[in-house]
Design a protein around this ligand. Structure first.
Ligand SMILES: [Ca+2]
Ligand SMILES: [Ca+2]
Ligand SMILES: [Ca+2]
Length: 356
C-alpha cells in the first residue's frame, strides 16, 4: 500500500512538474519573451514636456491631440511619484508643443492617475468631451470632462460601477456613453498569474450609458485598447495577450457581435484609427518580459504596426516604426494625423514623427 502511495505521489509530482514546465513555456510564449525586433526609424523628435509617459493619445479631426501622462500601474515601471496629468497639442501649429491642461471642478488631482482616453465631439454644438480612465489608489473609474479652449478641462462627472472594475481603455459613443475594456478578471496579482497560467479567457467589454451598464462581449484573454471605425459601425479591441485585434460589429442595443480576429504577432496596447483612411494604428510591446522586468541595460523596445483594409479578406499588417528601447521604451499608442505620427509610451517619452 505504502509503495502504491509513493508511486501515485511520484506520478502526481511528475505530472505537476510537466504541467508547470509546459505552462511556463506558454507564459514565455505569451510574453514573447525571446523576441528581438529589427530597428526601423522614422524622422522623429521627442515631444517637449513629456518625460513620464503618454500612455494614450487621441487626435480630433481638427488636429488637436489629447494625451494622458504619468501613469502608475501595478507591475510596471514609473519615473515619477507625482500625480498624472493631461496635455493638449495642436498639430496644425508649425511647432507643436504639448501644453498641460488645467483641470477645474471637483476632481481630486492629488490621486489623478490617467490611463486610456477617448474624445467625443457633440455634433449638435461642436462641444468636445474628453473621457479618461482614472486609477486613484489603483481603483478604476471614468472621468468625463468638457474641453474649453485653449487649455482647460472642466470636470463634469466621475463614473464608477461594479462592472467597470479593471478598466484599461474606453471609446466614447455619446456625451455620456462609452465602451470600456476590463483588462483582468482577477484583481490580485497572484490570481492574475494563475489566469495567465491556465489560459483563462474570462475578460470582457462593457457598455456604459446613464440608463444601462452591461457586458457586451466576453471570452477575451486581456482586452486593452479599444476604438471605433470611422463610420462607427465596428469596434476594434486589442486582445493584448492573444497577439491579435478582435473586430466586432455594433448591434441594436449596443451589443457587440464578434466578426473576426487579425493576428499581429506583438502585444499591442492602444488603438487609434485614421479618420480618413480607416487604417488601424497600434502602439505595441515587442517583448512584454522586458517591459515588466524593466532593466535600463536591456530596455523594453517599441513597435508601431498599421493594419490596412481590416475588413477585407486579407488585411495587411505592416511595421511602421521599431526601436530597441534606446530611443523609446514601451510604446503604447501611435496616433496618425495627415502625414504625422505621435507615438506615446507607458512610462518613458513621446515622439513626433513624419510619415513621409
Ligand atoms: Ca484610447
Ligand atoms: Ca482574440
Ligand atoms: Ca492601454
Amino acid at each position: 500500500m505504502a509503495a502504491m502511495k509513493k508511486v501515485l505521489l511520484a506520478v502526481a509530482v511528475a505530472t505537476f512538474a510537466a504541467f508547470s514546465g509546459q505552462r511556463f513555456l506558454k507564459l514565455k510564449e505569451i510574453m514573447l519573451a525571446s523576441r528581438q525586433i529589427p530597428v526601423k526609424h522614422l524622422s522623429c523628435h521627442y515631444l517637449q514636456n513629456i518625460e513620464y509617459g503618454a500612455e494614450d493619445i487621441t487626435i480630433l479631426k481638427d488636429g488637436l491631440a489629447f494625451m494622458s501622462t504619468g501613469l502608475k500601474f501595478p507591475g510596471l515601471h514609473s519615473f515619477s511619484d507625482e500625480p498624472g496629468k493631461m496635455y493638449v497639442l495642436d498639430l496644425l501649429h508649425p511647432r507643436p508643443t504639448p501644453v498641460e491642461l488645467q483641470i477645474s471642478g471637483e476632481l481630486d488631482l492629488t490621486s489623478f492617475n490617467p490611463h486610456g482616453i477617448s474624445a467625443y465631439t457633440d455634433e449638435a454644438d461642436d462641444s468636445v468631451y474628453v473621457f479618461v480612465v482614472n486609477h486613484p489608489h489603483h481603483n478604476s473609474q471614468v472621468e468625463i470632462f468638457r474641453y474649453v479652449e485653449e487649455d482647460t478641462l472642466v470636470h463634469l462627472k466621475t463614473i464608477t460601477h461594479p462592472l467597470l472594475h479593471s478598466v484599461n481603455d474606453i471609446v466614447a459613443v455619446g456625451v455620456e456613453s462609452f465602451y470600456a475594456t476590463n483588462d483582468r478578471y482577477f484583481h490580485s496579482d497572484a490570481l492574475l498569474l494563475v489566469a495567465v497560467f491556465l489560459d483563462l479567457t474570462w475578460c470582457d467589454v462593457v457598455f456604459y450609458s446613464p440608463h444601462e451598464v452591461r457586458m457586451v462581449a466576453d471570452g477575451l484573454r486581456s482586452p486593452n485598447g479599444i476604438n471605433l471605425s470611422p463610420d462607427k459601425r465596428y469596434i476594434y479591441v486589442s486582445d493584448i495577450m492573444d497577439h491579435d485585434i478582435d473586430v466586432f460589429e455594433r448591434q441594436e442595443g449596443e451589443q457587440l457581435r464578434y466578426i473576426k480576429s487579425v493576428a499581429v504577432g506583438s502585444l499591442c496596447d492602444n488603438i487609434e484609427v485614421d479618420h480618413k483612411t480607416g487604417d488601424v494604428w497600434l502602439g505595441c510591446h515587442p517583448n512584454a518580459m522586458k517591459l515588466s522586468s524593466y532593466d535600463p541595460e536591456d530596455p523594453p523596445g517599441s513597435e508601431v504596426l498599421r493594419i490596412k483594409n481590416i475588413h477585407s479578406e486579407k488585411p495587411v499588417v505592416s511595421l511602421e516604426y521599431a526601436d530597441d528601447g534606446h530611443v523609446l521604451m514601451g510604446s503604447s499608442v501611435a496616433a496618425p494625423y495627415e502625414g504625422k505620427l505621435l507615438i506615446g509610451s507607458v512610462f518613458h517619452k513621446a515622439l513626433y514623427c513624419l510619415l513621409k
